[in-house]
Design a protein around this ligand. Sequence first.
Ligand code: TYD
Ligand code: MG
Length: 469
Amino acid sequence: MAKRGPVFACQNCGAAYGRWQGKCDACGEWNTIALEDSPAISGPVATRPARGKGRVFKLESLEGQAEDAPRVASGIAELDRVTGGGFVKGSVILIGGDPGIGKSTLLMQACAALADAGHRVAYISGEEAVAQVRLRAERLGLARAPVELAAETNVEDIVATLSQGAPPRLAVIDSIQTMWTETVESAPGTVTQVRGAAQALIRFAKTSGTAVILVGHVTKDGQIAGPRVVEHMVDAVASFEGDGAHHFRILRAAKNRFGPTDEIGVFEMTGKGLAEVPNPSALFLAGRDAAAPGTAVFAGMEGTRPLLVEMQALVAPSSLGTPRRAVVGWDSSRLAMIVAVLETHGGVKLGMHDIYLNVAGGLRIAEPAADLAAAAALVSSLVGAPLPAGTVYFGELGLSGAVRPVTQAEARIKEAAKLGFTTAIAPPAARETAGGAPLRVETVTHIADLVARIAASGGRTRRPPGEDG
Ligand code: TYD
Ligand code: MG
């Protein structure tokens, strides 16, 4: 029998408690537990109907008419790729990202594209005044697009306004953290408010068929600020990433009820807004010094899309008792594993060396297929020999030192050939799939093969000491 009484809920993750406590057991946050009386959040208290009084509903079979979700494409190919072919009618997408990364710019461009195509589109800004939004649109050369614009933060007013006339095809709410609803008592900006406002906007999307995009701020550790519950409530979550030092931006889907979650869209921030980058490999390899030791080109995949990136390693004798290991853009425990495999099975002594590994261009790689490229870069830096020009690497390393096959070898090889590479160093299985590619596939089965190969080429091309740099 469910006990009635006060319900306390964590404002971060939504976990419910019977009494107050300082730390949330579910998400580990401190001071996030507060008294809640909204049954929508704490869940309705079960009032069991008398036996046999429940309403009988019809159960369906899995088989049946499955319709494709009705979508409207923005025409910005890199954006449509991430959403899975366009915004689904009545769906809600949460787009997170650091301040200044270009969320408002991207969404204004999407709004303008849809409005120009004749759809009703609304852009509601809670952060900027109408004049500021206009100024941006002008800078983007989109000032004449028939986007309906407002600076509003009250969700009830927004829903009432958007419900007038034909429902918009797309409504952008920039940002959800600035919105507040009258149905919740808490002060604007609190987590309860954000959740309440999101709930109201989601309800509007579902009833009107408008696709709603919520912009969300990101906290220091990269989470979309506010309740994680918002992420559970929406249909899709995407993050807009990039770093201040580089011009490219990546839109990455983290959750998508209507499409793939492993796709990325690549953009470049220019003086006139975000430009699509249809060939990201060329962007990530631009300005690369192929003759320098310690760099290897990794033929990677982002979703269904091949992406060539440069992995840079610096291995230098250490003056510290415990040598430094630093990695940017890759997993540090993965680096530790590669170093251990190189030492144990490759005969490479790295114990007295500082090791730095960097993925050029500020990209983040999560694929184990990058192991071989990382190992090649490390060995190349250690022996001071540049890797042969025109070569890409991919393959996963096992703890035994064996090079293991990876998925989508063919797509990787094709992309490398397209960008003018002539050789791929790959796991054995890749040769069968490479059929017909204008690129030589050289297979390595064990880490020792790779080390021997680099050491041999190093013997020929190593610069005499003193001529370095
Ligand atoms: P913005 O879309 O306002 O970021 P967010 O909404 O994510 O906070 O973008 C702000 C940055 O983008 C700002 O630093 C200026 C830069 N920018 C350009 O470089 N070119 C442009 O055409 C625009 C509109 C912005
Ligand atoms: Mg903004």
